[in-house]
Design a protein around this ligand. Structure first.
Ligand SMILES: NC(=O)C1=CN([C@@H]2O[C@H](COP(=O)(O)OP(=O)(O)OC[C@H]3O[C@@H](n4cnc5c(N)ncnc54)[C@H](OP(=O)(O)O)[C@@H]3O)[C@@H](O)[C@H]2O)C=CC1
Ligand SMILES: O=C(O)C1=N[C@H](C(=O)O)C[C@H](O)C1
Length: 248
């Protein structure tokens, strides 16, 4: 399959290695310096574009790919306010799009554990729920896209909370998320339920970027088989692991 990489930083390079190992052809590498090359992508020369740039540039890249009917997998975080517009572009240009705030299979299983735990713990008011995420010092957004997804899944069971907030700004009505930036940490997410008597912690720790990059290549292979629509890890893992996510 012909893959165009949009963004050739830490993730773009990790994805390139795995895509080549899996026999794919890297048809284009588009960085900030040659971003005009985006206009040359078409369904004839690119089966899937994989976009990992960042919060400020992701939406423009996704829009251009969809307008040119190039299927796109995006892992960039911090752009989700544009999601309604992306869904309109998918419809208008009949082109498939895949988004995940985290492509690691382990994290997506962690999402299910988190949902089950939140459902159980929400009827135990003696426990206060809180979250922590730790990433490398280069990360531009806080909290992480993964932390926001975890928080939204928890909040679905806590109607008394009025959303999440960074721990530095949180009030009692919020689910607090502490965002730490330390050295080169690839990614740690922790959900805590604390009472005066005890503490329950759920933790996922990535040891490298390999799991994210591997998942993104699997997503590109999955997307190349779709016609149009909005896809995520739930559809991919339902197909590959046979897990029915809607039952969690
Ligand atoms: N979904 C997931 O599983 C994961 C998501 N991420 C997310 O992916 C994004 C990228 O992460 P990461 O690779 O670590 O970041 P990097 O900063 O290492 O890489 C991003 C690259 O994109 C380039 N870039 C910026 N703007 C453009 C543009 N308009 N066109 C083309 N290239 C551009 C940057 O260039 P320059 O250096 O010049 O700015 C840089 O080389 C982040 O949003 C991060 O949160 C990260 C890991 C996993
Ligand atoms: O920027 C990163 O590095 C990561 N970003 C994603 C996020 O914001 O959740 C996924 C992963 O945690 C690494």
């Amino acid at each position: 399959m012909n893959i165009a990489l949009i963004g050739y930083g830490k993730m773009g390079k990790a994805i390139e290695r795995i895509a080549r190992q899996r026999g794919h052809h890297i048809a284009a590498i588009i960085g900030r310096e040659n971003k005009a090359q985006l206009s040359t992508l078409s369904p004839e020369n690119t089966h899937v574009a994989i976009e990992f740039t960042g919060p400020e540039s992701a939406f423009d890249n996704i829009r251009q790919c969809l307008q040119q009917q190039v299927p796109v997998v995006s892992g960039s975080t911090g752009w989700l306010r544009h999601l309604p517009e992306v869904k309109q572009l998918i419809e208008k240009h009949q082109t498939p799009f895949f988004y995940a705030p985290n492509f690691s299979i382990g994290v997506n299983l962690f999402f299910l554990i988190n949902r089950l735990t939140a459902r159980l713990m929400s009827s135990q008011p003696q426990y206060e729920v809180s979250m922590e995420e730790v990433h490398h010092i280069h990360k531009k957004d806080a909290p992480s896209g993964t932390a926001i997804r975890l928080a939204e899944d928890i909040l679905a069971h806590y109607p008394q909370k009025q959303g999440w907030a960074l721990a530095t700004e949180a009030q009692a009505i919020h689910l607090p998320i502490e965002a730490k930036r330390i050295d080169e940490v690839p990614g740690i997410h922790i959900v805590r339920y604390r009472s005066t008597d005890d503490l329950i912690e759920l933790k996922h720790e990535a040891f490298s970027r390999h799991g994210f990059a591997y998942g993104a290549v699997l997503a590109a292979e999955f997307l190349a088989r779709q016609n149009s629509g909005f896809f995520g890890m739930e559809q991919l893992l339902e197909e590959q692991l046979g897990i029915s996510f809607s039952s969690f």
